[in-house]
Design a protein around this ligand. Structure first.
Ligand code: FES
Length: 228
């Protein structure tokens, strides 16, 4: 099973480098065309890259992006070896035309969730439709160290920029603990994908169906209620 992946380091977000631009443009995207799932994925990726430019953040792209396969485009589950994701870094895979982020959180990253718990709009992820039961816990995941979430803003569908380091920057509060920033309208999410209160985005980032096949093998798109 093929994997499409971007790996980003823990200091910044999505890379706005020429590599990303070169992969978007050859698709010949038509802004007026209906938003197919595959197109939405690429638009989201481009939105993230544009957002980086807009906020002036420098974001290193660590790994390359491989083209998606036909089965994957049709929505087949995506298997990921999470042992290859360094602590503090994240990988992006494509599932059903959406970017899905897998963040390997460090103990320090997990500790920030106790602080942000009082600042997010839905700390227990109780709003329906965005968090499966197995992720309705303080870290919003099956395993505390691995966040799995769809990288599409719940406001109008931009792809937020990972701002994983606890370093304030443009559009971020002075006490930023790390998380994700949507440059389109300024929504911010913590390191569990929970939206901060009083932001345009109404809900937390979606947690897709997923499960672990072993300690290191994760599959996106399949869980107790969703079978491929
Ligand atoms: S699309 Fe993210 S804040 Fe509007």
């Amino acid at each position: 099973m093929s994997q499409d992946s971007l790996v980003m380091d823990g200091n910044n977000g999505v890379d706005g480098s020429a590599d990303t631009e070169q992969e978007v443009n050859p698709l010949g995207l038509n802004r007026n065309a209906p938003m197919s799932p595959e197109r939405r994925f690429w638009v989201g990726t481009a939105c993230a890259a544009g957002g980086v430019i807009g906020v002036g953040a420098a974001v290193p792209l660590v790994a390359s992006f491989a083209p998606s396969g036909r089965a994957q485009a049709a929505g087949a589950p995506v298997e990921v070896d999470v042992s290859t994701i360094p602590v503090g870094e994240m990988r992006t895979v494509e599932w059903r035309g959406k970017p899905v982020w897998i963040l390997h959180r460090s103990p320090e990253m997990l500790a920030t969730l106790e602080t942000t718990n009082d600042e997010v709009a839905d700390p227990n992820s109780e709003r329906p439709g965005y968090t499966p039961p197995y992720a309705q816990n303080p870290w919003r995941s099956r395993k505390p160290e691995f966040l799995v979430t769809v990288g599409i803003c719940t406001h109008l569908g931009c792809s937020p920029t990972p701002q994983l380091a606890a370093t304030p920057g443009p559009g971020l509060p002075a006490d930023w603990e790390g998380g994700f920033f949507c440059p389109c309208h300024g929504s911010t999410f913590d390191l569990a994908g929970r939206v901060f209160a009083n932001k345009p985005a109404p809900d937390n980032l979606e947690v897709p169906p997923y499960q672990f096949l072993s300690d290191t093998r994760l599959i996106v798109g399949v869980d107790e209620d969703n079978q491929a």
